[in-house]
Design a protein around this ligand. Sequence first.
Ligand code: ATP
Length: 768
Amino acid sequence: MAIFSKPLLDSLRQHKPGKRGILLLAVILLLRSRLLSIPKQAFKRIPSARAKESLSPGELEEVLQQLYTKQVDGSKTLLVPYRERVSKVNIRETPKTKFVLDAPFFPPLPAAAKAKPNIDKTFLRQLRAILFRIAFPSFWTKETFIVLSHSFFLVLRTVLSVFVAKLDGRLARDLVSANGKGFLRGLGLWFLLAIPSTYTNSLIRHLQSKLSLNLRTRLTRYTHDLYLSSAPNLRYYRSGLEGVDQYITADIEAWCDALAGLYGNILKPSLDLVLFTSQLARSLGVRGTILLFGNYYATVAILRAVTPAFGRLAAVEAKLEGEYRAGMGRVGREAEEIAFYDGGVRERDILTRAYMRLIKHVNSIYKIRIAYEWTEDYVIKYLWSAAGYCLIAVPLLYTRTKRSLGIQTGPSRDRPEDAIAGRTETYVSNRRLLLSLADAGGRLMYAYKDLLELAGLTTRLYTLLSTLHNLAPLPNQTIEAGGDISLSHVDVVVPSPNPVASDALLDDESEPSEPPLSPPLVKDLSLALKDGDHLMITGSNGVGKTAVARVLAGLWAPQGAGAEVRRPADGPDGRRAVFVVPQRAYMVTGSLLDQIIYPHSYPEFVASGRTEKDLMEILEMVFLAYLPEREGGWTTRKEWRDVLSGGEKQRMAMARVFYHRPRFAVLDECTSAVSSDVEGRMYEHAKALGITLITISLRPSLIQYHTHLLTLSGDGSATWTLARVGTEEERMGIDREISSLESKLADVEKWEQRVKELDVLLSAQEPV
Ligand SMILES: Nc1ncnc2c1ncn2[C@@H]1O[C@H](COP(=O)(O)OP(=O)(O)OP(=O)(O)O)[C@@H](O)[C@H]1O
């Protein structure tokens, strides 16, 4: 290899130990990259048992269906399709105790802090909490190793820059003194030094991206575990955070990028500044060094005075971006409804307004940046350069003893041309150092701006985490194995919005106040249901029927003095105690099979011992047996929300009830689009399976399948009546209806008489 050629080895021998070290390092780095590339090619030729084969479309479908495999220790291995292969990712859930321990580090933010993210104590506290509780929970993590490697290469780059500056000076000296041999040797060294320099640069970029990605994975997984929590937390349901998708997707990514970039952007120029200043101070003397520091001080003072509130601007930008993104998502989701109304133009106006709001803000940032960057450029490029010339002049014009920077080991400088060559060397080295210094200063100033932007993003991320951490769990419901459902003295009240989630970034800086509790929808509700007590809840629209179901299912906390909700626990065989089918049919992302077994996953379905034959029987029960064939099999993956009709979706929801066979099924107007005869058969089948029904409906035809009727009065008094179907009360109601019908029948004779009279009248008027 060329790098082992004799001249190079000679030059290695000729140089001092320090320089030899650098050359050695360059050779090692070069060899490392060479060596690393060899095995890859070699391995390609060796067929390995571990080599991953590409999956056939059928196998890929199976993997998509499988989703994960369960490990012995309870963790899951997610099967992630990747380039027609499958990569396995081990997922260990964040323990609940970790969240409990972390919560005190995320106290709620005062509105003023949300509105004005800045580099202050609050920012440092937030950053510390996110960094040391989530991003780097302990020292021995992969991320720490990346940071250490990153730091090493950053330091190495600075050291290499100093050598480049020295070599620059040496080349100029050899040129001025017409030392051809020395010049060529210097040029050789220049190329050699370029190898580790460029390698270091690309590695720094690589490690920075890797750090950002690893941080993102850590934060995302932590947030997923925190946000998608089950009862009694249900944070995804109760957080009340607007644009939460923006927080979890874009904001986390932006924060990780900003942090990973900032580390390099601060460490490297700071190191440069220290190293170059110390180098320069050696040749500039005391006067020059004082001038240098005076220059730094003036720069910082000027730039601090003109720096706008980049933190707040970045946070507002993220929020507006989230609003625009959410609007676009809504149109995508509700496309058909909008199309029926032909509401495209209206939606366009709404979205364009959201977009223009964002653009206006981004534009204003750009405008603010012009003034800032103009000042920054003026100060860093021109002021520093002018100061640099003055500083370089110090050793050249006033210093009698021209000290070298350590490279000049050449012949004595008694001759005048040697003196000129020496001065040129000093000048070129100092100038390069000064240019690097100006560059470092510029980057530090940029880093200050980045730091402000990071403060804004940190506030956003902290708002998300503190909102989720500070959401008190729902009060414990009494859950008894084998018990029944009972509510006693429960007031059903709409929960007040989470005050912590309020976003003061755009509006005012006022503290969030506790919103007043709305009046109860249903007052002092008491009822008890055991197996076979089929209950129907009825009442006019908006009266609170679904609200009762929410309390029953544990989504809303029961209110009122002495209020208590008792629910049965799930059976030991995994049989669900209570299963709610909501008003709006929900279709999960996945295959046709996934729709029936939801919220079970495929491995749970397999573990339950059920087969596709069982699923087919269920589909027959809900009159959807044609679906597997029509849609191309059980594993077909489609956007089921759009593919199935409204009635089909409702039938599918009933299929889920038959699959899970809960003890109690709360059916919230979930068969409103199903024809009455099919609805009746599904109700009969549910009862035959031993499922106790709690139906919310306005259809009187459904009363016959129930034993109790809860009627919520729609007169604003929040009262209710609970009657047994077929009791005295109900009979009285039926008797009243019969007597009203009989009195109407008594009039039938009079109406028939009248019809005859009208016939006679009409025939008299007909022309003969
Ligand atoms: N999250 C909420 N925030 C504010 N108000 C709510 C919320 N959920 C329900 N409400 C209000 O509570 C009232 C009762 O709602 P609910 O959904 O229980 O009505 P419902 O009786 O089921 O009506 P429908 O027959 O139309 O389905 C409504 O006036 C509704 O606006």
